[in-house]
Design a protein around this ligand. Sequence first.
Ligand code: FAD
Length: 711
Amino acid sequence: MSLHSALTAIYEEYFSNVRLGRVYATPPRKSSSLLPVQNKTVPTKDNSFRPSSLSSKQHIYEPKRSKRRRQRSKGSGQLVVGLPTAPSPQPPVLLWFRRDLRLCDNPGMIGALEVGAPVIPVFIWAPEEEEGPGTTVAMGGACKFWLHQALSCLHTSLQRIGSSLVFLKAESGSSLQTLRGLLQETGARTVVANALYEPWLKQRDDLVLSALHKDGIDLRMYHSYCLRDPYSVSTVGVGLRGIGSVSHFIRCCKQNPGPTLGAPLDPPVSLPTPFHWPTGVPLDMLELARMPRRKDGTILTFVSLGISVRREHMLSVYRYEKESGRADCCNTSGLSPYLHFGQLSPRWLLWDAKGAKCRPPKFQRKLSWRDLAYWQLSLFPDLPWESVRPPYKALHWSSNRSHLKAWQRGRTGYPLVDAAMRQLWLSGWMNNYMRHVVASFLIAYLHLPWQKGYRWFQDTLVDADVAIDAMMWQNGGMCGLDHWNFVMHPVDAAMTCDPCGSYVRQWCPELADLPDELIHKPWKCPTSMLKRVGVVLGQSYPERIITDLEEHRTQSLKDVAQVRLQFKQYVDRATGCDLVPLPPRLVSEALGIHGDVEVRGKQFLLPLITRMEFKHQVEEPDSDAGSNPYNAVLKGYVSRKRDETIAFLNERDFTASVMNEGVQRRERMDVNYRKMEGLPQVRQPRGRARRTPTAKDKFSIVPGGVVSTLR
Ligand SMILES: Cc1cc2nc3c(=O)[nH]c(=O)nc-3n(C[C@H](O)[C@H](O)[C@H](O)COP(=O)(O)OP(=O)(O)OC[C@H]3O[C@@H](n4cnc5c(N)ncnc54)[C@H](O)[C@@H]3O)c2cc1C
């Protein structure tokens, strides 16, 4: 419930900001600084707008409120005084916001307050620095749009506590230079920020730190973006077996726990302001919220669409655990963009999940996935553009641009893939299962390089996250630290995620009148039916861009076998697993050496989890995908809940049948006994229930319906 309340607060802020339109980095109203703060000023986790004092001790979140505090918050309209925010002659502190765009549970903000000086919150837009050395597309169009809204919300939240956010464009693309200018202008001697973990951003921050240090400025970094600082996670005591999997990562975190997380921090009730307020630019000048424009001049409204869909559906634990693949209803949290921009803190979410009566372990595991992605990026900084497994760099990929375009625009002729890609384009989001479906289609069937998919996702997802996106596309592209042990079939996957076709109906309305059993394969519809519902394949809905899926899969497997045979040095002879050169940090951990080791000439090779299908293909390079006993194509299932019901009913049936066997045996013994003793037989009543279940029994067969109709 508290999670729901926090999100509702964010949404409310969001919508109020959307109405507000332009947001300017105006200096906070000085008149408000000495006014008492009404107890409606600070939104809290339970949405009760609870005030809190500025003393650092009281910033620690108390899960159970004291009786006194409860009584205090009962008094409606009661005025609670925050710390005076009167201009102070002390040199101010620059609170450098980057991605932790929130007041609640923000260690950097509390750190700034602890200095005991006026605080100037500032955001510096430096797109070149965000991008890093390779092609990361770190800030795609959709993501920038979300950032604009998130900044606007933060600005409003800061105004509520008597402050505001100063927006700046980086001078000549350099945050350091901009900070120096700001330090000079304000006379500040301290800068506080929450750390970022992309290697190039960490490098930038390290440079800023040493440069400012030389200038006599104190730069303090706090950890908050992930649950674990990825640079502190260690494999010591766990080893490297299973590396890349989330279970291995969790084992590493448990074995080397590092500093304890602690409870989430309360938001401050006010921020003290300085005499001099620096000049910034209006938020609009950062040009983040440029909406994609269609050729006909209309502008897309993807973000609002995405939000309204998810506002209704908060976590139902059962559905989250068992039915998160469903695309036709929102069974997952939809929190990814909020987590990416730090509008919600992962620590607070973990705390909330743990505190919930029905703890969803899957959700907690997902937060570990997020940390795993940042750990992998810290180990392999080339993750967004270069395959981790060396042989796969030489893999033969297609360069068919029309296939790529059809995939991007949702015009492949496969309704499930098209619906997902259109949802992405129009709403900036799709669920995890659908991301797997479209990624499998791009890689395993169209043979297009995973980097193309990664870049498209980076540009169109509102939650585009270099670390997570790169890790997932590497795994899907067969060359990451882990291998997906499955391939999603573009038609069969619908049984799991869209059994009645309502998802396809929503995003491909031209197919809406097709019956459930044919909506995922319109090419199988009789011409008369297509005519009746007004679908003309190739006109109102595209023809399939590839038709022989099996053949394409076979080719994909053969290509993999070829590179694995070509680069035998990267294949473990004993196990058939792929080998990758260990990054220096892992070598030193494995050898028990403190600090990175320098490996000249030689490489330490590490065996990785490798799909059985590939191992078999190397042994029989000419066999086809269908005959591979480890064929990884998922068959899809209608619904786990339904599977479980059927399993339960079958078990009950089995128990009934065993009990009946017992009754039968007793009856047989009774008949034999009577025969031997010459006693008259007892007549059996007519029309007894059957003892052995048959195909007509209600519960002993899988009910008909979508399974039979989709196949
Ligand atoms: C090809 C591909 C690309 C992806 N790209 C991104 C991306 O750019 N940004 C992104 O945030 N997620 C990405 N994911 C992971 C996942 O799909 C999304 O995090 C999830 O769909 C977000 O929805 P949610 O918040 O409802 O998820 P929930 O299931 O409610 O998960 C809660 C949170 O856990 C984290 N999480 C969930 N799944 C994963 C995962 N597999 N790996 C790492 N963290 C995870 C996210 O922060 C998410 O918000 C990608 C997945 C695939 C298959």
